[in-house]
Design a binder for this molecule. Sequence first.
Ligand code: PLP
Length: 423
Amino acid sequence: MKRETICIQSGWKPTKGEPRVLPIYQSTTFKYDTSEQMGRLFDLEDSGYFYTRLQNPTNDAVAQKICELEGGVAAMLTSSGQAANYYAVFNICEAGDHLIMSSTVYGGTFNLLTCTMKKMGISCTVVDPDASEEELNAAFLPNTKCVVAETIANPALVVLDIEKFARVAHAHEVPLIVDNTFATPINCRPFEFGADIVTHSTTKYMDGHAMCVGGAIVDSGNFDWSKYPDKFPGLCTPDESYHGIVYTEKFGKGAYITKATSQLMRDLGSIQSPMNAFLLNVGLETLHLRMPRHCENAQKVAEFLEAHEKVAWVNYPGLKSNKYYELAKKYMPNGSCGVISFGLKSGREGASNMMDSLKLAAIVTHVADARTCVLHPASHTHRQMSDEQLVEAGVAPDLIRLSVGIENVEDIIADLAQAIEQA
Ligand code: PLP
């Protein structure tokens, strides 16, 4: 099926007499008739639901839709995008391991992978997303287990050369994990370019209405873990916490997601609530309609800003002047996302005057939903970073992040125009 149809039809497949709309299985637990039936579930001998911390039918239907949208083989929902990136990495990295991460990833991911995971004994080398293959090769260590990057970096809007990163990761026998939050599978499917695992903060465009924090992990099924049992013992050797199951032997292409569900979700418990999964599904039903409008509006706003005399610079991959214009055309021919960053000639102070004068666009710690909103990362989301880290992450101190919504674009531009006059 095409992506538009998947958005509407995939996931929940009702049969005779069942509700047409995905039901919310608002139940922590599920009943069985015999003790034997329940026992087989715990041994992973039968598939079925027993406790919502591990799996829930509402969540599974939504994960299945996201899986099909990305063109993967298995997927799971998590309570947040943070949890998705954490599980995606921790599923294959243990204390003593190392990973490589693009310097421009979202500040929360940067913190998670460079600070919090360090406390768990997992080290991280930060690389420039524009690095050459030789420079990327030099970052690998014998204990490197994965490479992590974002399709379109938040908020630097760096477009990842997915094929280059995949080629280098595979040459070193490790998977490429791509956070596809900003592009969404409507605009880019990273698996088609060699990525192995995709993560999402579904909080953003997928939900689309700023209602629910959530995340997702999708496995392409293309990375053959069983070829490298010494590198990925968690997947290829018996799991003592699960009666000695070897995930790759028992679940084949489903090994990665099954391990993340039956081991990490069991032990760490960052499940998405079924209610949130239901709302996420409603959002997904219009993702294919919203994304083109976000991109169309953002293109017009970026062109307006670029031509404005009070604007110092504009960063949007859809502008011909943009460094990533060609890469964006290659990986996202139908548009990239609705997020723009820009700076005013009046600098940091001008930015805050302008933001305070906005009437339609709201100042919120959010991005990528139907309503136009604005944020100053250096004083908000990225405030834990030093000036050097900010520059490394592609976040200038005067950078204003504008998330263009799907209102009438003339109203958005009029609001920006009057606010910039106050800057
Ligand atoms: N990944 C990206 C690209 C993000 O932009 C964000 C949040 O802004 C996250 C991950 C974290 O997601 P969440 O806020 O859902 O935990």
